[in-house]
Design a binder for this molecule. Structure first.
Ligand code: PEP
Ligand code: MG
Length: 885
């Protein structure tokens, strides 16, 4: 087996197609080297070694050592320096790199190869004593922390003590001698806190670092990140060993990160930051606030900005960088996220990868690249993650609402969020679990905060730029984020924020606007989203490809209107019970339920009928001839029962009876297991009057709208929770009789469909005979999941997360359809239904109708449509298109 792949000097053994084996970073370093871009030479130890490592008790394949030696020799030759050579030492970085980027989650070691001798050699060679000893102490610190597990803090403390002794304020006040003394102190710290001294042999150092990087695949934060992003355990990480280049060799050196397009807006502009005389991680860590790349961005930062751009400071290198952008974009045909270093005026590329972006940017980039001819329109459709659209479809801050602006930071990740101030990731997670909206406030975030960032509605930091950890991670998660709000003074001890003479404490409400960077005190109202030109362009392209129709689950005029605006092609599920809960109706509904007999029920239902008819008229009007599926009453009657004294009194008065007699009746109606109780079509078996009233209301409304508009209105009447053909046949007969009667009385014609929900395992198995009586099936996968897995949909959240965490389930089956169980049943039902009635209309209206993976499944089964909540209609449209491509 080949374990090690070399790159550099215009050639490489790997390439971008080998991402699984080399990890994203390694594959792209190889690709850039082959493209002739300036990449420091190095090699990648493959993810196969990681797999071997974990399968063999953390040991390596026997022939790995030789392969690493050979690859290292090649690097030495290319660079013209030797590992451990005091006269001209080769220094390397050792970094992780999984198949997909896991920013900051795993370990990195820089400046490896320094020891007492080579540090002296580096000083002589670079002519910069201070640089050499500073690099050496950084290396000891990093290596001791990452490889040997010696606390970072001990080293920071030693520096502080040394500074105090010298009366120095800043690290930059320390000279070569100071760092030299600190190197000795650091070595002593290692010796005192570890059973081995700091290793002087560069080969020992290298193997230590390789082991640490492979080991970091299993540290807590990496595992959490994988769980949050569904990254399989088995992938493993590769290790990249690469010749060091130095961004901290004085004023002609720098380090930076850049995106080839703006990752927030998608605009084609130079976007990035750099730091003069700094080393790699300084930019991403957010410790010093970096400078913009382009002059334009520097000017936009406002007058009085004392941060000159790279365009001004290093015009030559800036020009080269723009050429590299161009080359990478044409080659990869996607927006790239780049890391680079400038060593004494020479540009080096350290990384490129497809850049994370907001939904807005994803749309803009996909549409623009198609217009530029870089990709096709069809490819553009595949470039936007359907679930990401969620970010765009939710409300933004009402610009007309008053804002009590506390301060302004950088607009690091768009969107708006209000919530209580919390200061730690754990607190964010805890409060979010209790259902609170929280804003996580940190000086800066680190990979340890990842669970809190996921739990928070928004993230606010006082330090760090647009490419800081907080900004990058928030954009990836679609969380709104304001970073680098420098005027905030965050005091973790007292749990307060002071800013411009005001003080906020933990629990106070704040609002973030991630699009402007504003931080506001209190909660600010929000507005419906403006659907931009890019959105509708991409959705049109998507609509050309998809086979599935997309409908919406709505029951109010407002949601139905929104659904239409989002492109719904009908209503797939109108849950009529939602209309029953309205304040002016609930008394009549309770009167109906608590009635002693059919006459009592009829009297109450007659009160409800005009209201129901009015509801349906509105829906038919908004849907203007598109199909509208109305489900007859489904929930257990239990759910409508009164609880409070006053509620009983109100119903008793309406019925002209004593409250006491109602309480008796309510007791009778209580159920132990209502979801498996008196609900769905069972209501019609016992109380046929209910469905008769609803059918009458539907048909009357359809006739009314058909006449006033001249449009064809074809209502689809849907019977829930059926388990067999006899049940459906008997209910269908009654529904049909009422429908015929109303139509005949009107003197007009009206077509209508009668179908059923398929939401019980028995119904799936009996679909062949059920189809005899159904014009359509709509899979109710919420109940079907509940009844197939035997897991209560209302109680699952107590234990399902543990199933997912322990790998017993790959995902929550109420979110994404359980293909192995529920999916199989859907397949069987579709086959058997079609065998009876080849042209039977098939759809899905469970929550899964808006989940991209489940939509893809429905496409494969050849369903006619999916139906989901209004806000997820665009997600389903895009997912349906991608499934068809
Ligand atoms: C279902 O069960 O999937 C469904 C759509 O019905 P409800 O969620 O109303 O039970
Ligand atoms: Mg259901």
């Amino acid at each position: 087996t080949k374990w090690v792949y070399s790159f550099g000097d215009g050639k490489a053994e790997g390439g971008r197609a080998m991402r699984d084996l080399l990890g994203g970073k390694g594959a792209n370093l190889a690709e850039m080297a082959s493209l002739g871009l300036p990449v420091p030479p190095g090699f990648t130890i493959s993810t196969d070694v990681c797999t071997y490592f974990y399968q063999n008790d953390r040991t390596y394949p026997a022939d790995l050592e030789g392969a690493v030696e050979a690859a290292l020799a090649q690097v030495e030759q290319t660079v013209g320096a030797r590992f451990g050579d005091p006269a001209k030492p080769l220094l390397v970085s050792v970094r992780s790199g999984a198949r997909v980027s896991m920013p900051g989650m795993m370990d990195t070691v820089l400046n490896l190869g320094l020891n007492d001798e080579t540090a002296a050699g580096l000083a002589q060679q670079s002519g910069d004593e201070r640089f050499a000893w500073d690099s050496y102490r950084r290396f000891i610190q990093m290596y001791a922390d990452v490889v040997m597990g010696v606390d970072h803090y001990l080293f920071e403390e030693a520096i502080e003590i040394h500074k105090e002794g010298k009366n120095a304020d800043l690290d930059t006040d320390l000279d070569a001698d100071d760092w030299k003394q600190l190197v000795e102190a650091f070595k002593k710290i290692v010796a005192d806190n570890h059973d081995r001294p700091f290793p002087q042999d560069p080969k020992d150092q290298l193997w230590g670092a390789i082991g640490a990087v492979f080991g970091s695949w299993q540290i807590d934060r990496a595992r959490t990140y994988r769980r949050l992003h569904n990254i399989p355990e088995e992938w493993g990480t590769a290790v990249n060993v690469q010749a060091m280049v130095f961004g901290n060799m004085g004023e002609t050196s720098a380090t930076g990160v850049a995106f080839t397009r703006n990752p927030s807006t998608g605009e084609r502009e130079v976007y990035g930051e750099f730091l003069v005389n700094a080393q790699g991680e300084d930019v991403v860590a957010g410790i010093r606030t970096p400078q913009p790349l382009s002059r334009e961005a520097a000017e936009a930062a406002g007058p009085g900005s004392d941060k000159p751009s790279m365009e001004e400071v290093m015009p030559g290198v800036y020009g080269q960088l723009l050429d590299v952008f161009e080359k990478l974009e044409t080659h990869y045909r996607d927006m790239q996220d780049i890391e680079f270093t400038v060593q004494e005026g020479k540009l080096w590329m350290l990384q490129t990868r497809a850049g994370k972006r907001t939904a807005k940017a994803a749309l803009r980039i996909a549409v623009n690249m198609a217009h530029e001819g870089l990709i096709t329109e069809t490819e553009a459709v595949t470039r936007v993650e359907p679930s990401q659209l969620d970010q765009l479809l939710h409300p933004t801050l009402d610009p007309a609402a008053p804002r009590d602006v506390l301060t302004k930071g950088l607009p690091a990740s768009p969107g708006a969020a209000s919530g209580q101030v919390v200061f730690t990731a754990d607190e964010a997670e805890e409060k979010a679990k209790q259902g609170e909206n929280v804003i996580l406030v940190r000086v800066e975030t680190s990979p340890e905060d990842i669970h809190g960032m996921a739990a928070a509605r928004g993230i606010l930091t006082s330090r760090g730029g647009m490419t800081s950890h907080a900004a990058v991670v928030a954009r990836g998660m679609g969380r709104c984020c304001v970073s680098g709000a420098g005027s905030l003074h965050i005091d973790i001890k007292t749990r307060t924020i002071t800013c411009n003479g005001r003080t906020l404490k933990a629990g106070d409400l704040v609002t973030l606007d991630g699009t402007t960077g504003e931080v506001m005190v209190g909660e600010v109202p929000t507005l419906k989203p403006e659907l931009s030109g890019d959105f509708s362009t991409l959705m049109q392209w998507a609509d050309r490809s998809r086979k599935l129709k997309v409908r919406a689950n709505t029951d109010t005029p407002g949601d139905t209107q929104t659904a239409r605006e989002f492109g719904a092609e009908g209503i797939g599920l109108c849950r009529t019970e939602h209309m029953f809960f309205e304040a002016d109706r609930i008394i009549a509904v309770r009167q109906m339920i608590l009635a002693r007999d059919a006459d009592g029920r009829r009297a109450a239902l007659e009160k409800l009928r005009p209201m129901q008819r009015g509801d349906f008229v509105e829906l038919f009007r908004i849907m203007a001839g598109l199909p509208v599926t109305i489900r007859l009453l489904d929930p257990p009657l239990h759910e409508f029962l009164p609880h409070e004294e006053q509620e009983f009194a109100d119903v008793a008065e309406a019925m002209g009876v004593e409250p006491e007699s109602l309480r008796w009746r309510a007791k009778e109606l209580e159920e132990f297991n209502p979801m498996l109780g008196h609900r769905g079509c069972r209501l019609a078996v016992t109380y046929p009057e209910i469905y008769e009233m609803q059918t009458r209301a539907i048909i009357e409304a359809a006739l009314e709208v058909a006449q006033e508009s001249g449009q064809t209105v074809v209502p689809e009447i849907m019977i829930p929770l059926v388990f067999g053909d006899k049940e459906l046949a008997s209910i269908r007969k009654r529904v049909e009789a009422v429908a015929q009667e109303v139509i005949a009385a009107s003197g007009h014609k009206l077509d209508y469909l009668i179908g059923t929900m398929i939401e019980l395992p028995r119904a799936c198995l009996q679909a062949g005979s059920i189809a005899d009586h159904a014009d359509f099936f709509s899979f109710g996968t919420n109940d079907l999941t509940q009844t197939t897995l035997g897991i209560s949909r209302d109680d699952a959240s107590r234990f399902l997360p543990a199933y997912v965490e322990q790998g017993l389930l790959a995902y929550d089956p109420f979110v994404s359809m359980d293909r192995a169980g529920v999916g199989e049943l859907v397949k069987i039902a579709a086959e058997r239904g079609r065998a009876t009635k080849p042209d039977i209309k098939l759809g899905i209206c469970g929550e899964h109708g808006g989940d991209p993976q489940s939509v893809a499944f429905c496409h494969r089964q050849g369903l006619d449509y999916v139906s989901c909540s209004a806000y997820r209609v665009p997600i389903a449209r895009l997912a349906a298109a991608q499934a068809a491509l």
